[in-house]
Every structure is written in structure tokens, then in C-alpha cells.
Design a binder for this molecule. Structure first.
Ligand SMILES: [Mg+2]
Length: 349
């Protein structure tokens, strides 16, 4: 089939989380083809990324034949090369992610198959899921068996106490065997992380996430052996297999968390997972419980661990995609519907 039109849109969100995400949140990419099938993808980068798709990437897409996973990879390589002077990481790759995912949705729909079948078939039907957010009581009540809670270092010694108190409370609530993690959103530094590892050792946490600036690969590599049995995790701010190859070369992280709607879509995800598998590094994509990551995860040797984020769990939220699967009793499965198995809620555009 031939691509006949491409359009990126920034939805009319009502419940956007604060900080940078207010302006640079997720975009929708719609791809039309000459057989009448329409594919939808989800990218990052807000209105800036919408412009990249509509004013630049579209030139390379309209008229292009897409009939296989290899064709989508070739499109990816074209767009990566075309955007290289201003791209390689960040906005351009967030925009490329939306296009790539729309092409996978298109191919799945054209073949009446879910994306995981397009990728060669599901290796498993369900994934163990964990809840991310600050509302531990709610996630526990909803049946989650694994949980990641936030902690921020504000510069005060009291922050050690708040981390210990939250870890103790959460461990008590979820039980001795539950998988528990901390996300520090780049707010710890090296000495803080080493000291935290000492104070938090008794709570047997599975990973510390995003502790340093992602540019500090050397610093993260130095930290890894100092954290006992707790893994240093990260990667949501990294892009493409090239970026993850640098992480690998530095030995910076023990578990990778590419965001499939930011890092370059399924095409980049496949290349990142292939590299990780070679090095025996587990991959648990950022927001992997959302369909964009979920289809990749069930079709490849990712870790059996899918993130479900608080913005999907809370009552008051924007529902952009209709038919998204939700975890039941701590496990999540993709639907068997064509493409990613979700429908765009047009009322949000
Ligand atoms: Mg995170």
C-alpha cells in the first residue's frame, strides 16, 4: 500500500500533568493509505513535534510504499537521516516515534492482525505489571503486586528520612516479596545515591531509577557496584539504538527503560531490545503497559514487567485512546484487535 496523507495533531488535553509536559506532551499521528486503511500513532514533543511531522516528515512519506516491517524500518532510516542536522535525540525522534507507530498500526490493520503478530507473534499472553505514582494505597487496593514510588532530593538532610519512611510504609503494605522501586527523576546525585543505598538496603528495593542526569554515563557506571543488590535503571530520556549503544559502552545502567513513543517507536525499540538481549540487560519500557510498548514487549524478550502510570490510574483523566487494556490482578494483556487495538477518541481533537 502507498501512503497518501500524513497529519500530526496535538490533542486538546484537559488533565495534563504540570512541568515541561504541559507544552511538550503526546501527539497523535494519522497516516492514510491508498487502500483506505488509516493508521494512528502516538508520539511526544507537543506542537513543536507536530510541525516536524506536518512540515518536514510528510514530504518523505506521501507516495511511499509500506508493506512490511522492513519497509517501516527503511522509512525510519530515511526520516532519521533527513532530520539529522536538528535531530538524533529529543523532539525530532519523539516526532519520528509517532510516525513509526502509526505505520505499525497501519500495517497491522491492513493485514487484520495485532501489531505483536506483525512482529512475529506473541511470546507470552500477559505481562506482570507495576503501578507508578505516589498513591501507594490506591495501587495496592487495585491489586497491583509491584509498585514504583517517587522521591525527590530537595537539598535537605530530611530527604533521607522521607525516602526511608516511604520505603518502610510501602514495604509493609505490599509485603516482603513485592517488587518495589524508586524513581528520583534525576534529583539525586552520586553521594546522595550511595548514602540512600545504605539507608534503604533493608527494604530490598528492585531498582533506583533516573538518579543522575542522563548525560552522566560515567557517573552512573561508577554508582552501579555501590548499590548492593539494587539495580540502577533508566533510559526514558535516551533516544534510538545509537543512544542506548552509548549507555551500553559506558556500562551505565543495569536495566533499560526506553519510552516507545519517544525513543523512535517500535523500529527503534526492536533495535534497542536486540542490543540489550546480546548484553543480557533487561528492558522494561517506560509506560510499557500502554499499547505502544505492550505489543513490542509481548513479541520480544523484554523483561516481564510492564509499567502502568498514575496518569492512567487516577479517576480524573483524559481518555485519548478508547479500548486500552488495563491490568487485572497485577497482569496486563494486549487486545487481539488489529493494529494496536485502540481507537482514537476524536472528541479530544
Ligand atoms: Mg521515570
Amino acid at each position: 500500500m502507498k501512503i497518501t496523507d500524513v497529519k500530526a495533531v496535538f490533542p486538546n488535553y484537559k488533565h495534563v500533568v504540570p512541568s515541561w509536559r504541559t507544552n511538550f506532551w503526546q501527539i497523535v499521528v494519522r497516516v492514510e493509505s491508498d487502500n483506505g486503511v488509516v493508521g494512528f500513532g502516538y508520539g511526544g514533543g507537543g506542537i513543536a513535534s507536530v510541525e516536524i511531522v506536518n512540515r518536514h516528515f510528510k514530504e518523505y512519506l506521501v507516495g511511499r510504499e509500506v508493506n512490511s516491517v522492513e519497509d517501516i524500518a527503511a522509512v525510519w532510516d530515511t526520516l532519521y537521516a533527513a532530520s539529522m542536522p536538528y535531530g538524533r535525540k529529543g523532539l525530532a525522534i519523539m516526532a519520528l516515534s509517532g510516525v513509526d507507530l502509526a505505520l505499525f498500526d497501519l500495517l497491522g490493520k491492513a493485514e487484520s492482525k495485532p501489531v505483536y503478530e506483525v512482529l512475529g507473534g506473541a511470546k507470552r499472553t500477559k505481562l506482570f505489571s507495576y503501578a507508578t505514582g505516589a498513591d501507594s494505597e490506591l495501587y495496592h487496593k487495585l491489586g497491583y503486586k509491584a509498585h514504583k514510588f517517587p522521591h525527590r532530593w530537595s537539598g535537605s538532610e530530611a530527604d533521607y528520612g522521607s525516602a526511608v519512611a516511604t520505603a518502610a510504609k510501602t514495604r509493609e503494605m505490599f509485603g516482603p516479596d513485592a517488587m518495589l522501586m524508586i524513581d528520583t527523576y534525576m534529583s539525586w546525585d552520586k553521594p546522595v545515591t550511595v548514602e540512600m543505598a545504605k539507608r534503604l538496603a533493608e527494604f530490598n528495593l528492585y531498582w533506583y531509577e533516573d538518579v543522575l542526569n542522563p548525560d552522566d554515563l560515567e557517573g552512573q557506571a561508577e554508582l552501579r557496584p555501590l548499590l548492593g543488590s539494587t539495580i540502577l535503571a533508566g533510559g526514558e530520556h535516551e533516544f534510538t539504538h545509537h543512544g542506548f549503544a552509548d549507555i551500553a559502552k559506558a556500562g551505565a545502567l543495569g536495566l533499560w527503560q526506553p519510552d516507545i513513543t519517544w525513543c523512535g517507536g517500535i523500529t527503534a525499540g526492536l533495535r534497542i531490545v536486540e542490543l540489550a538481549n546480546k548484553l543480557d540487560i533487561p528492558v522494561s519500557p517506560h509506560r510499557g503497559g500502554e499499547v505502544w510498548g505492550l505489543h513490542l514487549m509481548v513479541a520480544t524478550d523484554c523483561a516481564d514487567l510492564a509499567e502502568f502510570h498514575s496518569d492512567h490510574i487516577k479517576e480524573e483523566r483524559d481518555i485519548l485512546w478508547l479500548g486500552e487494556p488495563a491490568p487485572e490482578n497485577g497482569y496486563i494483556s494486549p487486545s487481539g484487535g488489529p493494529g494496536f487495538g485502540v481507537t482514537l477518541n476524536e472528541a479530544m481533537l
